[in-house]
Design a protein around this ligand. Structure first.
Ligand code: URA
Length: 213
């Protein structure tokens, strides 16, 4: 990045976004993970899928968003959060100065559960190593868990979402900070809750601003 621009941004208190370039080993690791997910038959969900939904975005993202599982549209297109909830998620990312290109978006499950039912514990357990590896490889500065199912599975807890909002959790050996907020699909049903999500996003953005890589 242009050093003058970097100095201006830093003077304004903005940490410039700089893409980390992948090494050949990292590129190979991603390719292997993509192949393992695409061919996964560890749980019965593979029988009903059109395709797996690996995740989308920057492999060196600062922000990682984790949702629940693909729905019908995501199963058809192979990309997470492509429906109306996805549009709202895009707006949430925009408010953070992010996008689906700069962040990395993934789900607890890589395959669509039938009739969009909640993931079962055995399905989540089969899929967990894939998400763990994604988090390890992206090495984000923050994880935003959207919705109760994502938060409970990621953090191995059965706490209600209301008790998880407004707190910082940590994920894995690198202790990546995790902030929990409502799922955009819930916001579509309850637009009056948007203010709470806005506060959660600010809370998360402040954490990132106060942390260093
Ligand atoms: N909801 C999710 O949690 N994930 C998606 O990919 C789509 C909808």
């Amino acid at each position: 990045m242009d050093p003058v621009r970097t100095r201006y941004l830093e003077a304004m208190g903005i940490t410039p976004w700089v893409a980390r370039t992948a090494t050949p080993d990292q590129r190979r690791d991603w390719q292997e993970l993509r192949q393992s997910v695409a061919g996964c038959v560890l749980c019965p969900l593979h029988e009903g899928r059109t395709q797996t939904v690996f995740g989308v975005g920057s492999e060196s993202a600062d922000w990682m968003v984790i949702g629940e599982a693909p729905g019908a549209e995501e199963d058809r297109l192979g990309e997470p959060f492509v429906g109306r909830a996805g549009q709202l998620l895009d707006e949430m990312l925009k408010a953070l100065g992010q996008s689906r290109e700069t962040a990395f978006i993934a789900n607890i499950l890589k395959c669509r559960p039938p009739n969009n039912r909640d993931p079962q514990p055995e399905e989540a357990a089969c899929c967990a190593p894939y998400l763990e590896r994604q988090i390890e490889m992206v090495a984000p500065r923050i994880i935003l868990a959207v919705g109760r199912i994502a938060a409970q599975n990621l953090l191995s807890t059965d706490s209600p979402i209301g008790r998880m909002r407004g707190r910082v959790f940590h994920y894995g050996a690198r202790r990546v900070p995790v902030v929990v907020t409502y799922h955009p699909a819930y916001l579509l049903r309850r637009p009056s809750e948007k203010g709470k999500v806005w506060r959660d996003l600010l809370f998360a953005a402040n954490l990132v601003a106060g942390s260093s890589r």
